[in-house]
Write a protein of this length. Structure first.
Ligand code: URA
Length: 232
């Protein structure tokens, strides 16, 4: 249970100071009764603001179709970010809504966002080997034997301590490929292809674990249950 003023501030409704004004003004009820004590502790499920129950009090897990041109960083100097697509209240939550792993500014596709740090750790830890499916277009036909090389788990990228884990490469056309990775080194797909002389021209993530984008339009998200990854 959290103090009412803290609860509203953490869920992104307003500042803690404004929450105290809202409470004094009678806008907040607990179990159906107006409370004027902003320090009162209450279970989020019993709290209403202006008669409405609280906005995702247990947490958020979102599947976003990331467009190109947006970064996953919160740093303003890195340019427009994916969080700008979300409603202001979600952008003001504490803990903050953050991406589970990152996609480059020029990469589109499936990106998970959450305010649950345990989920971020679970799904980005190399231990869990969550498969991520990338679709790439290349500037030239890849050299023979590339699938075997990527599958061998021996490819050493410059500046990395460990070789890339075995990855599954499927050539889907002369200049298109689908690559499934179970880890997430910096710019990994682009660097794996570049190490063999191919430039990745476009990159799109189509799958993450058991999740797919389906027909979700670019720039849109859908909510997932917080236990979406309980069984993998
Ligand atoms: N690999 C990359 O090179 N870029 C991404 O955005 C994701 C994986």
């Amino acid at each position: 249970m959290r103090r009412l003023d803290q609860l509203l501030a953490n869920l992104g409704y307003c500042s803690r100071r404004d929450a105290r004004d809202w409470i004094r003004a009678g806008r907040v009820t607990v179990a159906g009764k107006v409370v004027d004590d902003f320090g009162k502790k209450a279970a989020a499920a019993e709290v209403r603001v202006d008669g409405e129950s609280l906005d995702h009090p247990a947490g958020l897990l979102l599947l976003l179709h990331k467009p190109t041109g947006l970064v996953c960083s919160h740093e303003e100097r890195e340019g427009p970010n994916v969080y700008s697509l979300l409603p202001p209240r979600w952008r003001q939550r504490n803990p903050v809504v953050t991406s589970i792993g990152r996609l480059d500014k020029d990469t589109s596709g499936l990106l998970l966002l959450t305010d649950q740090s345990a989920l971020v750790h679970q799904l980005t830890s190399p231990k869990h080997k969550v498969p991520k499916v990338y679709q790439a277009t290349l500037d030239r036909e890849p050299p023979a034997g590339l699938a075997e090389l990527f599958a061998a788990g021996t490819l050493q990228l410059e500046g990395e301590m460990a070789p890339c884990a075995p990855a599954d490469l499927r050539l889907t056309g002369p200049l298109t490929a689908e690559l499934t990775l179970t880890e997430g080194k910096y710019h990994q797909v682009r660097r794996m292809f570049a190490s063999q002389g191919c430039i990745v021209l476009t990159l799109h993530r189509a799958g993450f674990g058991h999740l797919e984008l389906g027909d979700l339009p670019t720039g849109q998200w859908r909510e997932l249950p917080l236990d979406a990854f309980v069984n993998g």
